[in-house]
Design a protein around this ligand. Structure first.
Ligand code: FES
Length: 132
C-alpha cells in the first residue's frame, strides 16, 4: 500500500535532524531503545544531560518507517534544551499532531514517546535517582 505522507513528515524524513549516536557509557548519557510490537520497527534515542538536568544533546537511530523516522527527528529537536522531566512529558499525540500523522501511524509516534521516556529513565538510573 502507498502511504500518503504530510509535508511535515517528508521534511523530517528527507532531512532528519540529529541522526547518530552518543557514547552510551558516558554517565551523563541516557539511552532508550524501544520497539513497536505491531510492526517490529526499532528506535534508539539518546540524550546528554547537564548537571542541572537539562538536555544538551539528543541523537537517534531509527530502523523503521518514514513516520517513525520523522517522529524521532522531531522528538530530538523538541527535547533539546528541555529539562528531563519536561521532556518525559511529551506525548505521542503532540508529535502526531505536528506531523499530521494519520491514525494508522499513531504507533510510530508512540515509539518516540516511549524512547524519550526510556532515555530519560536510563539517565536517572545512572544518576542513582531511581531504582533500575
Ligand atoms: Fe511501525 Fe511506523 S509502521 S513504526
Amino acid at each position: 500500500t502507498v502511504a500518503l505522507y504530510h509535508k511535515n513528515v517528508i521534511d523530517h524524513y528527507e532531512n532528519p535532524r540529529n541522526v547518530g549516536s552518543l557514547d552510551k557509557n558516558d554517565k551523563m548519557v541516557g539511552t532508550g531503545l524501544v520497539g513497536a510490537p505491531a510492526c517490529g520497527d526499532v528506535m534508539k534515542l539518546q540524550v546528554k544531560v547537564d548537571d542541572q538536568g537539562n538536555i544538551v544533546e539528543a541523537k537517534f537511530k531509527t530502523f523503521g518507517c518514514g513516520s517513525a523516522i520523522a517522529s524521532s527527528s522531531l522528538a530530538t529537536e523538541w527535547i533539546k534544551g528541555k529539562n528531563v522531566d519536561d521532556a518525559a512529558k511529551i506525548k505521542n499525540t503532540d508529535i502526531a499532531k505536528e506531523l499530521c500523522l494519520p491514525p494508522v501511524k499513531l504507533h510510530c509516534s508512540m515509539l518516540a514517546e516511549d524512547a524519550i521516556r526510556a532515555a530519560v529513565n536510563d539517565w536517572k538510573v545512572k544518576q542513582g535517582k531511581t531504582e533500575g
